[in-house]
Ligand binder design. Sequence first.
Ligand code: SF4
Ligand code: SF4
Length: 369
Amino acid sequence: MNLQVLPKGALVEWIELLSARYRVIGPKRKQEVVQQQPAGDTQQPPREQYIFGELQGAHELELSYPSTILPPKKVFLPQKEELFSFKDNGHQVDLQLDERRTVIFGIHTCDLHAVLLLDQAFSQGAADQHYMARRANTTLVSIECLEPCSENAFCKDMGTWIMPETFDLHLTDLGHEYALEIGSAKGSELLQNLTNIRTATETDYWRFNQVISAKWARFPYRLEADLSELPSLLAISYRSQVWEELGQQCLGCGTCTAVCPTCYCFDVVDEVNFDLTSGKRFRVWDSCQFGQFASVAGGHDFRNSRAARLRHRFYHKFKYQSDSFGLAGCVGCGRCAEACLVNIKPIDVINKLHRKRVAVSGKRQEVMG
Ligand code: SF4
Ligand code: SF4
């Protein structure tokens, strides 16, 4: 491991240097403070919220943020993006590709794992050139989480509480300094012209190891089933009563998929000009939780209940994506649980399915014994 060390005071200079060469995006405070009260609880103080946004200076950067409302996927896959414009009845098409050189600063490791999953989804088969153009021009600066960001996070269970093998540049807070691990040529490029940086000494490596090992005990396991068991747990739970019960609660609002760093379903819409021969084509976020999502020609809807749509979301997260990509489809960030108005939380759902499986296999053993 090649560690570099940067004093925290040098962050201002670093962001200034980067801003001259890149669009720099990072976690910052959302302007207004939003009152978030769990149902029936009047004692909670207002909670500050954070977003990934373009930084106007280092003073806006909040590296010790808990989590952001939306994950960094919004940089690669904006909520509404122009794919191309057309004129002359579609005989002339101008492709829109966003190739701005960008740095995303302060990404938590769960979100970094999520970006790697998006990379798989958008590069396999017919690669998505819009996503790939943004991704190729973006460098990711991740940061080690030293505390769980919320009681809904279960990143340790999902194996995303530590950095993946693939990364550009990774920061670890050592108190007055940051340890920097360089993972790629793109990451190394970000350190050009930085004067305050130095190579780590043996003492720095010792401090670094202390910080990383102290982290272990602070992160609890929250799932009762092991990560490797989740696809088979889902496979035997298809007809579980749990989905019907959750379907009664779910509002079908799609908030959970909007805030999810690994959800990427979209719709494509054309906006045609009054001349009826020219216009633009856009991609907009969609959600498998919306009523019409699975409607097809002939009026058939192959997921025509909220229970079926919710089950599909959980299968996608905990089975289908790992079957397809060999990567967990849920990175345990907890955003969907934080955002859901009716408190549907992955930890509760998975633990409920697991307990039912344990109860059923206990009964079987009793009968056979
Ligand atoms: S699970 Fe919650 S956030 Fe997701 S669609 Fe249902 S009500 Fe909305
Ligand atoms: S399903 Fe929920 S916890 Fe899992 S990655 Fe998506 S938002 Fe995060």
